[in-house]
Write a protein that binds this ligand. Sequence first.
Ligand code: L34
Length: 293
Amino acid sequence: MNNILDGKKTAATIKDEIARAVEELQAVGSKKPHLAAILVGNDGGSVTYVNAKMRDCAEVGFESTLIHLEESVSEDKLMEEIKKLNDNPDVDGFIVQLPLPKHINEKRVIMAIRPDKDVDGFHPQNVGNMMLNFPGFLPATPYGIVQLIKRHGIETSGKHCVVVGRSHIVGSPVSVLMARNAYPGNCTVTLCHSRTKNLKELCQQADILICALGKPEFIQADMVKEGSVIIDVGTTRVPDSSRKSGFRLKGDVDFEAVAPKASFITPVPGGVGPMTRAMLLKNTLEAVQGKAY
Ligand code: L34
């Protein structure tokens, strides 16, 4: 099929660009960009994603540091680690992988990260900058989605973009980016969530449908418009005894049924996930280049 939005390939191109920028930085005597990640506990998905992020760093010539804390770590101890990274001039950017264990106040954690090192773009200062179209860090998944659209030359101006899911890390910010007076952007955006009454009808009206709700195969063929662009953010692990791992990843979209109707569609895996990781690297490079702050 030639309507695949290949996130893996696009992410590889972006990583090549970043690797070249790192070489240029080093040629003028700058140090390597340095990304740190704090991982709390052993959630299967989180461990996989953070390890992949650390591998990505090596691939593009970044330095990386993984701080792995036990599930039972106290909030104060986590805050101490954040303070150390805030104060460490060698660290250009860092993330605290979510979700966090229930006993930790996520809001307090996000508020503690220095906005100019917040390469996840989760701090209210970066969220506000995004809303106002000021320089700052864009959250990696929404940033990856708009890059995927841009690098495939997909028209967005005047289109109806329907976003399903209003999370702080995907649905809400991507709805802002798609509505901005920019390219990609200039969409009429409808943000749908669990209380939306006529979800199916709204999805059927979408020129661009972005699904980020985490329910495997929620979007069926009869919910999408012929010729629409389908962006699937879901990566849910479902049991699969035929796999060595015992599971496989499923998106929010029934790919087999929906793909024939779509002008473009992202696969899972190999769609938005790799783009998320590439844009984290991009933000870290931008932190070094002083583009955001
Ligand atoms: N702080 N927490 C923070 N920042 C983030 O940007 C994230 N996110 C989400 C969860 N929590 C976070 C991620 O990193 C989701 N996410 C993420 C990152 C990478 C991938 C998926 C989700 C990814 O690489 N997916 C691959 C498959 C990986 C696998 O084999 O499991 C894919 O092809 O979709």
